[in-house]
Structures are given as C-alpha cells and as structure tokens.
Design a protein around this ligand. Structure first.
Ligand code: ARG
Length: 400
C-alpha cells in the first residue's frame, strides 16, 4: 500500500513542487489548505493540487475557529513577542497542524508534511503541535532536504513536470497572511538600515496618503470579547477582524518593523502589518487597566504578556502552560466589559475615551474639585509608613 501523507498546501511554488517531489518518492499526497483570512482566492487550489499530483485536495474555511480560539486568547494575554510582534504567523501554525493530524486520521495517513525551511520558526511550530496531538505521526519537511539550491532550479523542475508556475514577476518578499496580520521578510528588508519599501506593505496605507481627517472607532467588549465596532454588532469575530483590518489599514495604522530573535538562534528583520490587532490590543489594554485593581493589573503586566508570547512564538500552543495561562486571562476577561474610543490618524493610534460598567474609576476620589471625597490627611500616615524603608536607609547611610 502506498504511504499516505497530508501536506499543508498553500498553492505556491514550494508546496506545489513538494506534491510532485513526494509523489516521486512513493507517497500518495492529500493536500490541505485552510482559509485563515489570508484574503486570497482559494477556489483554484484543488485543481492546482491535482495538476501537481495530489490524489485529494481539501480546502476549509477556518476563519472563525482561528479568530475565536487562537486570536482571542492571544488578545486577552496582550501577547507581543519581544514587546512588538503580535504573533500573526505563529498563531496559524498550531491550528493548521491540528487539522493536518485530523485529516491524517481520516485518510489513514502516517505522515504529514509542511513547506517550512530549516532556519525558520514555522517548522518548530508545525512539528511540536503535531507531536503533541499525535506522537506516532511522522513529519516530513522536504524543503529542509531537497536538492534545489535556488528558485530557478525549482522553477525548472516545476516546468519539467507541468506544475503551474505564475508568469508574473513575484515580489522579492516571503509573506504570510491571516486575519491577525501580515508577516513580511527577505529581499530588501535584509538590509537593516534601509527603510522598508512601500511595496512591502499590503494591508496598510502609506500614512502620507492616508485621509487628512482622523477617523474614530468605538470598540465594544463583552467579557473580554470584542462584539461591536461603531455600534454595529458582529456575530462573527472573524468578520469584525476583517472590517477592523480594512478600517485601520486605510489610516496606515499597525505597521511594525523589528529585528527579532528566531528560535534557531539567528536574528532576522521582520516587517508586520496588524491593523486590526493593533487597535484591539490598545483598546483591550485600556479597558483592562480600568476594570482591574492595581494588584491584578500589575501582576498581569509583569507575568502574562511576555510569557504568553514566548509560548506561542516557540510553538508550545498545545502545552499545559498555554492552557493554564488561558485560564488566568479568561478569569480576568470576565471584567472586560464596555467601550473604548480610539482615534486613527495617518499611522497613529490613540485611545481617546473609555467607559465600563466594571470601571473602578471613582470620580469623587479622583477629582481635584470641591467634590473631592479623598481623605488627604490619610496621605501623611500612608506616605510615612510606605516610605519607612527608604528613611531607614537614609539614616544608616548618613552615619557611615
Ligand atoms: N517571523 C515571524 C514568525 O516567526 C513570521 C514568519 C513568517 N513566515 C513566513 N513563511 N514568511 O512568526
């Protein structure tokens, strides 16, 4: 019986060549393509997969599952890798890996395959996710071991085997897209000093050409879930994300340029566009700071965001640690109700208003007007006791 393999298939040159390459090595290839909101037409994928040699091509819409079960928990953790990257590509890999495993079970395949390279993070995310879900499945990564040394060699192989190759000149970038944002690397971006050329960006307008008038967006949350934009309710979180990406992108909001530490030990220059996620992070953070007491908020800031980002970036999605962190953030998310008003203007984003039924802001205590209800005299005793350690220190130092 032929060995069966389920391949994560994008329809691009690499994964099309992989179909043929695996077929030549005796595998029966079933391709799997997910719509995670990359905004590309997927209707021609099955035909392309078959022409390349696949025996079956599966295409699925995973947008809502991706939005609810992957983007939302990441938002609730306010996770940013190295303080900047909202984890766009890192988030889709575990979901795709999960579906690969499920498809492998359906078709009786002992193998799954992906098109990631040997120096990236995605190989780690795919493989760790697959093994956590089914340690008996073997993962194949042809790009790590095949003979092609350049794109030209791959194109030549593709043409020899009647694999469709796009005639249009491709951009020099490696791009990965989903509802949570776009990742861009390679080409001119490899020169750290050079500003990213405008053609590196797809979802955000050049702020110079963004509208002259600012736009306001009101994001409403219920128990830590964004449910409405400017008063319009969404049953589908994925649709809310698509609309927010378009709205914030039109104002040039959500561009990120950074040098990041990859898992394999190298630093790489990455450019991201995450217009919707950027708005939601700002809004969520603002509401969280309003509804949480100081102790919980400070604990959250110093222990959760960084840890969660590392877990996602490093491919540990299917780990008890991620589940435990989710339990923590879900517990706090119960209080995240209300609205945040944000202003978008030429690449700039600012929270300008907020309101919440769970707000801990007490105007009588905060005000400096005559309505002030704060006991100012208590401030003296508080400061005396709170400052005691430094006073002691000052005394001791004075003596030496
Ligand atoms: N550096 C990012 C990450 O590791 C983006 C990777 C994008 N992948 C790609 N094939 N371009 O999450």
């Amino acid at each position: 019986m032929a060995k069966r393999v389920v391949l994560a298939y994008s329809g691009g040159l690499d994964t099309s060549v992989i179909v043929r390459w695996l077929t030549e090595r005796g595998y029966e290839v079933i391709t799997y393509t997910a719509d995670v909101g990359q905004g590309e037409e997927l209707s021609e994928i099955p035909q392309k997969a078959r022409v390349s040699g696949a025996v079956e091509a599966v295409v699925e819409d995973l947008k809502e599952e991706f939005a609810r079960n992957y983007c939302l928990p990441t938002l609730r953790a306010l996770a940013l890798y190295e303080g900047k990257y909202p984890l766009t590509a890192s988030l889709s890999r575990p979901l795709i890996a999960k579906r690969l495993v499920e498809q492998a079970q359906r078709v009786g395949a002992d193998f799954v395959a992906h098109g990631s390279t040997g120096k990236g993070n995605d190989q780690v995310r795919f493989e760790l996710s697959v093994w956590a879900l089914n340690p008996n499945i073997e993962v194949l990564a042809p790009v790590r071991e095949w003979e092609f040394r350049s794109r030209e060699e791959e194109v030549e192989y593709a043409l020899r085997h009647s694999i469709p190759v796009k005639a249009t000149k491709e951009k020099p970038y490696s791009v990965d897209k989903n509802l949570w944002g776009v990742s861009v690397e390679c080409g001119p971006l490899e020169d750290l000093w050079e500003e990213p050329p405008e053609d590196a960006f797809e979802w955000t307008k050049d702020p110079r050409h963004a509208p002259e008038e600012p736009a306001y967006v009101e994001v409403e949350f219920e128990e830590g879930t964004p449910v409405a934009l400017n008063g319009k309710r969404y049953a589908l979180l994925s649709q809310l994300l698509l609309d927010l990406n378009a709205l914030a992108g039109a104002h040039g909001v959500g561009r990120i340029d950074m040098v990041e530490n990859r898992l394999v030990g190298i630093k790489s220059r990455e450019v991201y566009e995450a217009p919707g996620a950027t708005v939601l992070y700002e809004a969520y953070r603002d509401l969280l700071s309003l509804v949480l007491d100081r102790f919980s908020f400070h604990y959250f800031l110093s222990h959760i965001s960084h840890q969660y980002a590392k877990v996602v970036y490093e491919g540990l999605w299917f780990s008890p640690l991620r589940e435990a962190l989710d339990a923590f953030t879900s517990s706090l998310a119960r209080y995240v109700n209300g609205k945040v008003r944000l202003k978008l203007y030429k690449g700039h984003l600012q929270v300008v208003g907020r309101s919440s039924p769970n707000s801990l802001y007490v105007e009588d205590l905060a005000t400096y007007s005559e309505r002030d209800a704060f006991d100012h005299r208590a401030g003296a005793s508080f400061t005396k006791v709170f400052g005691l350690p430094l006073k002691v220190l000052g005394r001791v130092r004075e003596k030496c």
